[in-house]
Design a protein around this ligand. Structure first.
Ligand SMILES: [Zn+2]
Length: 224
């Protein structure tokens, strides 16, 4: 899975309230009811996503995102908020269109266990220069909750990208990192996991997805 790795532990987010906080809310997990000082001292703060992750059929997910041209503080804030949201939602990657910003940028962290959280990275205006081999994978997506799709990705890719300051970098990725980067670049093209299915399977998958979402909405309304 790309956005949603199975290897990642569920600890923090399992109990995280799914209420997005405005950008600039105190770091990692000052929940609405928790005083900020107390949250800072808590051994394991609950991580609340800072940004709302858009879900299919939100039209922004189908747009072709535009290149990033300005590398200013607003961009850095967006990246920081996206990284925090990616961890809160237990994703291995999050593309800007998934938080409603249609620009060619994504954040990733494909490491697991102890290493998770230590080295998130950003790709900006990424371009795949070369591909090697094939890699079948089962992917999920934060924008398609409950959906898993079997994909065929390139096993190894070389990507030209920009970093947060606009400097060119070359990234070589293999395995999960390769799959995740290809998944995020799909988002920048308005491509979703459904699009990797045959026409018939895609229709069925979208129908099932829509039915489940509708059932969830009705259940939520009844609880109110
Ligand atoms: Zn996704």
């Amino acid at each position: 899975m790309a956005d949603h790795p199975e290897g990642v532990e569920k600890e923090a987010a399992a109990e995280a309230p799914k209420v997005p906080e405005p950008a600039g809310a105190a770091a990692a997990g000052a929940g609405a009811a928790v005083p900020q000082e107390a949250a800072a001292e808590a051994p394991k703060p609950v991580v609340v996503p800072r940004l709302k992750v858009r879900e299919f059929p939100d039209p922004v997910l189908r747009e072709k995102a535009v290149p990033v041209t300005v590398f200013d503080d607003a961009l850095k804030t967006l990246v920081a908020d996206m990284i925090q949201t990616m961890y809160a939602e237990e994703g291995v990657g999050l593309a800007a269109p998934q938080v409603g910003v249609s620009i060619r940028l994504a954040v990733l962290d494909t490491s697991a266990g102890e290493e998770r959280g230590k080295s998130p990275f950003v790709i900006i205006n990424p371009e795949i220069l070369s591909r090697e081999g094939e890699l079948p994978w089962t992917e999920g997506c934060l924008s398609l909750p409950g959906i898993e799709v079997e994909t065929q990705r390139s096993r190894k890719i070389t990507v030209r990208s920009l970093d947060i300051d606009g400097h060119e970098v070359t990234i070589e990725a293999e395995g999960l990192a390769s799959v995740a980067i290809q998944h995020e670049i799909d988002h920048l093209e308005g491509v979703l996991l459904f699009d990797h299915l045959s026409a018939l399977k895609k229709r069925l998958a979208i129908r099932n997805y829509s039915r489940e979402r509708k059932a969830e909405r009705l259940a939520a309304r009844e609880e109110e």
